[in-house]
Design a binder for this molecule. Structure first.
Ligand code: DGY
Length: 328
């Protein structure tokens, strides 16, 4: 009997229980050795599958989408960000794109708070000093950082992750400010104790810490441009757990080198995993390998969302986490 289950190609290794469930439900091709697929392999998958499950790092551009087969009707991304997929072109071809929002918000917010604390309080410097074996004991002027309590935090992008950061940061005594495309409802603002700034420029000039939580789109590419970075206080910190492309990384590095900013906590970089050596050489930065959502719980729940999106689509309904260009 022919297999009537949807033909699904998954581009990277996923948590075991997610892969097992996919094998039960779909005619699925997995990637057990986790080698990223080449563009030619992605094109082949798009040509032959009913559903592609890509993730961050798989560039699904207009050229690839143009080569998709007639059966390809769903790109069910494993991840919240879809900036590696040409959503508009997919839509023109009648292909749904879905993502996995919500389930990674709390974990990403935890990592953001870790960076907001780690950079001013020199957490990594402290760890390195212990590991070096050169710590000679407590001293009144040793390892001094800066106080976090009472400082102003400016959140750019007040979606689920931005709001989860706001709740945590308020508990650490930070004053919460935000800039967002759309102002939050008054009751939500009140609940978060958050002050809205219509002008990003004005907010940037007054914050002690700026944390980025908007998606990367053509409109947010280099949102923190050299001009905007220069508006910030010379003591301010930047934290980015969203996408590296939102900050002009060269300008950020120049300013950090010149002591024109206090420091940076970065989980993402402008050129993916290629870290600019000048950034890595700076003393006042904490750099993480894109670990915001890296908990087993998040990754399983992301997989469950992918499965629900595929199953709903295969059952003839609109998948719940459909991304449309107007959302971006
Ligand atoms: C996402 O989901 O887009 C994150 O950046 C990776 O978890």
């Amino acid at each position: 009997m022919p297999d009537s289950r949807p033909k699904v190609v998954v581009t990277r290794k996923l948590p075991e229980q997610v892969e097992t469930r996919m094998q039960e439900l779909f005619d699925v091709t997995l990637n057990p050795d986790d080698t990223p697929m080449t563009s030619a392999q992605l094109a082949e998958a798009l040509a032959n599958a009913d559903v592609l499950v890509p993730t961050l790092g798989d560039q699904i551009d207009a050229g690839l989408i143009a080569r998709a087969g007639e059966n390809l009707r769903l790109i069910a991304n494993f991840g919240a960000g879809v900036d590696h997929i040409d959503v508009a072109t997919a839509r023109q071809r009648g292909i749904h794109v879905t993502n996995t929002p919500g389930v990674l918000a709390e974990d990403t917010a935890d990592m953001t708070l870790a960076l907001i604390l780690a950079v001013p309080r020199r957490l990594v410097d402290g760890v390195k000093l212990i590991e070096s074996g050169e710590w000679t004991g407590w001293a009144p002027t040793a390892m001094l950082g800066h106080r976090v309590f009472g400082k102003r935090l400016g959140i750019i992008g007040m979606g689920q992750i931005g709001q989860a950061v706001a709740r945590r940061a308020a508990a650490f005594g930070l004053e919460i400010h935000y800039h967002n495309r759309k102002r939050l409802r008054p009751e939500v603002e009140e609940d978060l104790g958050a002050t809205y700034w219509e002008s990003l420029d004005q907010m940037l000039a007054r914050m002690d810490v700026v944390s980025i939580h908007c998606p990367h789109t053509p409109g947010t590419y280099h949102l923190l441009s050299p001009r905007r970075l220069r508006l910030m206080k010379p003591t301010a910190y930047i934290v980015n757990t969203a996408r590296g492309e939102i900050v002009d990384e060269n300008a950020l590095i120049r300013m950090l080198e010149a002591g024109e900013l206090g420091g940076a906590g970065l989980d993402v970089f402008e050129h993916g995993h290629e870290i600019n050596p000048r950034l890595a050489a700076l003393p006042n930065v904490t750099l993480m390998p894109h670990m915001g959502s890296a908990t087993i719980e998040s990754r399983i729940e992301m997989g469950e969302k992918v499965i629900i999106n595929i199953k709903t689509y295969a059952d003839g309904h609109t998948p719940p986490d459909r991304v449309v260009p107007a959302m971006l």
